[in-house]
Design a protein around this ligand. Structure first.
Ligand SMILES: *[C@@H]1O[C@H](CO)[C@@H](O)[C@H](O)[C@H]1NC(C)=O
Ligand SMILES: *[C@@H]1O[C@H](CO)[C@@H](O)[C@H](O)[C@H]1NC(C)=O
Ligand SMILES: *[C@@H]1O[C@H](CO)[C@@H](O)[C@H](O)[C@H]1NC(C)=O
Ligand SMILES: *[C@@H]1O[C@H](CO)[C@@H](O)[C@H](O)[C@H]1NC(C)=O
Ligand SMILES: *[C@@H]1O[C@H](CO)[C@@H](O)[C@H](O)[C@H]1NC(C)=O
Ligand SMILES: *[C@@H]1O[C@H](CO)[C@@H](O)[C@H](O)[C@H]1NC(C)=O
Ligand SMILES: *[C@@H]1O[C@H](CO)[C@@H](O)[C@H](O)[C@H]1NC(C)=O
Length: 661
């Protein structure tokens, strides 16, 4: 019975021990630590964050944090030596991999002090100091062989002589003390033969992966470091030959230790994998917790300046370019608008004959020089086509400096715009813009009478026949009659002359430019500044004295036109100085040879009665005394043969013509 109980107990013990040995871990992996609270022994400041990070320290100064895997590992294996009948211990191969991130408290000065992966006989490190001691040792046990501690330090503060630190960003292998057996600046080798070395910033806040591998046969420990997103480097950063069997006890704990001081950092372990006698499992990178809060990530120091500058400068420059572009477009738009705009005064708003400047601008192709069809005393005349209607027009551009009476004038042309007679060149409208006034007229294709007479003389064009000339003179007389008498108010033309007579397609005469001389006549309110307007030779003598245009002065000018058309020459006699065409015709008349004055280019092919009538009527209309001149109605009657003009021989200067009813 006792035996059976003993056997049962033995079996039970055997079983349990067997179960124990079977369930004993030889590997683990943490893809984040959310479910690892029971598997870890935390000490000091270390904790597991809500999102599954193992935080060894926060940014508080002078703290220590430890985290160990709760169960120890049997690092040593007993090896029998049959020949010497003794046993020796060998350290098992092991492989550890982890991902960490260090977020410094002070972005400029950097953080501190670092952390270490450690293999220790205990799952805590009592009495260890913070700062340079990394929570591993204290001043009294540092370097003590009884520590049995192996550590790989990730040191972010240069101890400046203490512990042989090489830099503030180094990786070192420590045995029992903080003076590293071997260390190197944190970096990794890449390239096919591992020839290129890349810097790793431990305090970048970015996740960094570490592989620590020990081969129990070769007794070499390798440490490899690389950013998480990089593939595993082909060469380890540190390779250290050491027999751990002398260092380790049978059972060892694996874990981490970190510390802060005046300089501090949050030290995070993100994932951790370990295996005895084999390669540590690979992480599932996608399931690793995200660390640390991106806002706390320190920008890399050197390349970040450029990045920062680029990040600031590029948007600023783009913004400036954009603003410049917008301003330029606005300026162009405003410039174009202003170029085409007109400032309207209140009174201009209700004028039905007002044209838009833009319309005229487009009609004349931007007042192109090639569109100029004439240059008069007031300014250039452009041919144009109104875009909306396709109507051909002549646009007279008056660039006069003094358009003081413009409002009054416009009021007048507004009413003149209503004048309609087949022998008038119609004023279609107007447009005032700044100091220029644009007048829009019918386009009359055959140009002006003075040109037609001159060109005829040069034989380059068919000479205007007497019939045409006589017809034109009657046309103009009817137009003047309309202005003087047939409209609801008396309109004085003020500038009747050959160049203001235009010829339409059928060589009918049309009188243009009526009322324009009014522009210069501010005389109603200030007679002394009155400027005499008209054309030399067409100017009635009393106009020079009074400055006051009347229907009589228009008749005088018309008389000049009669002579000019009949004689085919200008009003001022080019042959004799200080002699006018009127003087010459008058001389011919008094010599009884009035037809001598006729245009030689007509080759005597004219109606003698009509010719005599025109010449005599011309002289009569140019009578010195306005009251002795016929009215335009009377002139029309003579020309149309309604009345007969009977003359004595006393024509010429101051001549008195007896008008025969
Ligand atoms: C953590 O501990 C639990 C039991 O407490 C166990 O089931 C689990 O496998 C352990 N995880 C690791 C990775 O060791
Ligand atoms: C940092 O850790 C220390 C030690 O555990 C703790 O006293 C302190 O409250 C922590 N600070 C913060 C901001 O969590
Ligand atoms: C030592 O002897 C044991 C049996 O006594 C044997 O199983 C083992 O293989 C031997 N080891 C060597 C290295 O010869
Ligand atoms: C076994 O012991 C002998 C004698 O002490 C020694 O020479 C030999 O190296 C040992 N073998 C091993 C594998 O340790
Ligand atoms: C080795 O040990 C065994 C038992 O412990 C013993 O019987 C044997 O004699 C020893 N051999 C030598 C060479 O010491
Ligand atoms: C250092 O640590 C050891 C072991 O934990 C402890 O016994 C000792 O008192 C500590 N020394 C100091 C100076 O704290
Ligand atoms: C350690 O690194 C060396 C040199 O790169 C290599 O030959 C060796 O196999 C590595 N050992 C382990 C365990 O990775």
């Amino acid at each position: 019975m006792e035996n059976t109980i003993f056997v049962l107990c033995f079996i039970l013990i055997l079983f349990t021990s067997r179960v124990n040995s079977q369930t004993h871990h030889d590997n683990f992996i943490f893809n984040g630590f959310s479910n690892a609270r029971n598997n870890l022994t935390l000490d000091g400041a270390s904790l597991i964050t809500d999102n599954g990070l193992l935080q060894l320290t926060n940014k508080t100064g002078y703290i220590v944090g430890h985290a160990f895997y709760s169960s120890p590992f049997n690092m040593l294996i007993k090896m029998m030596n049959n020949s010497s009948n003794s046993s020796t211990k060998k350290c098992s191969s092991f492989s550890v991999s982890f991902v960490f991130a260090i977020v410094p408290a002070d972005l400029k000065k950097g953080g501190g002090h670092g952390f270490a992966f450690t293999i220790s006989p205990m799952n805590k490190l009592p009495g260890a100091f913070s700062s340079h001691y990394l929570g591993l040792f204290n001043s009294s046990n540092d370097g003590d062989a009884r520590n049995h501690v192996f550590a790989v330090e990730f040191d972010t503060v240069n101890g400046l002589g203490a512990f042989g630190d090489i830099s503030s960003n180094h990786v070192g292998i420590d045995i029992n003390g903080l003076t590293s057996k071997i260390s190197a600046d944190a970096s990794y080798y890449i390239g096919e033969y591992g020839t290129r070395k890349e810097h790793v910033e431990l305090e970048s806040g970015s996740p960094i992966r570490v592989w620590i591998e020990y081969d129990g046969v070769d007794e070499i420990v390798n440490v490899t470091v690389a950013p998480l997103h990089m593939p595993r480097p082909t060469r380890p950063l540190l390779s250290f030959n050491y027999d751990f069997s002398a260092l380790f006890k049978d059972q060892m704990f694996v874990g981490f230790s970190a510390s802060t001081a005046k300089l501090s950092s949050s030290h995070y372990i993100i994932g951790w994998s370990f295996r005895l006698n084999g390669a540590a499992q690979e992480f599932t990178v996608s399931s690793l917790p995200i660390t640390p809060p991106p806002s706390l990530v320190i920008p890399p120091s050197s390349s970040n300046t450029t990045t920062k500058i680029v990040k600031i400068v590029v948007p600023v420059v783009s913004l400036m370019l954009f603003i410049t572009l917008v301003v330029a477009l606005l300026c162009m738009y405003r410039w174009r608008r202003r170029r085409l705009s007109e400032t309207l005064e209140d009174w201009e708003l209700d004028c039905p004959h007002r044209f838009r400047y833009k319309e005229l601008y487009l009609a004349t192709k931007g007042f192109k020089q090639s569109e100029v069809i004439g240059i008069g005393g007031f300014g250039e005349v452009y041919k144009g086509v109104i875009p909306t209607t396709g109507e051909q027009v002549a646009v007279k551009k008056i660039n006069q400096n003094s358009l003081l009476g413009i409002r009054q004038f416009v009021a007048e042309i507004e009413s003149l715009g209503r004048l309609r007679h087949k022998h008038l060149v119609h004023l279609l409208g107007w447009c005032k813009r700044k100091k220029s006034l644009l007048l829009v007229y019918d386009f009359v294709p055959n140009g002006s009478l003075d040109i037609a007479l001159v060109l005829g003389r040069n034989k380059s064009r068919v000479v205007l026949s007497w019939e045409q000339r006589f017809k034109i003179l009657k046309d103009i007389a009817s137009a003047l009659l309309y202005l003087h008498e047939d409209w609801d108010q008396v309109v004085i033309h003020r500038d009747v002359k050959a160049s203001n007579v235009l010829l339409d397609a059928d060589m009918n005469g049309r009188l243009g430019d009526f009322g324009l001389a009014r522009l210069y006549d501010h005389g109603d309110d200030n007679p002394r500044t009155t400027q005499v307007v008209g054309t030399l030779g067409y100017l009635a003598p009393e106009l020079a004295r009074t400055g006051k245009a009347t229907t009589g002065s228009d008749v005088f000018a018309y008389g000049t036109l009669l002579l000019v058309v009949a004689c085919g020459r200008g009003p001022l006699n080019p042959n004799v100085d200080n002699s006018t065409l009127m003087d010459w015709v008058s001389d011919c008349y008094q010599a009884g040879q009035i037809l001598e004055a006729m245009d030689k280019n007509l080759n005597l092919s004219y109606d003698v009665e009509e010719a005599e009538l025109v010449l005599k009527l011309g002289l009569l209309c140019m009578h010195n005394k306005p009251e002795l001149r016929p009215s335009i109605r009377q002139v029309s009657r003579y020309l149309n043969g309604d009345d007969l003009l009977l003359c004595n021989n006393n024509m010429g200067h101051g001549c008195s013509l007896s008008l025969c009813p």
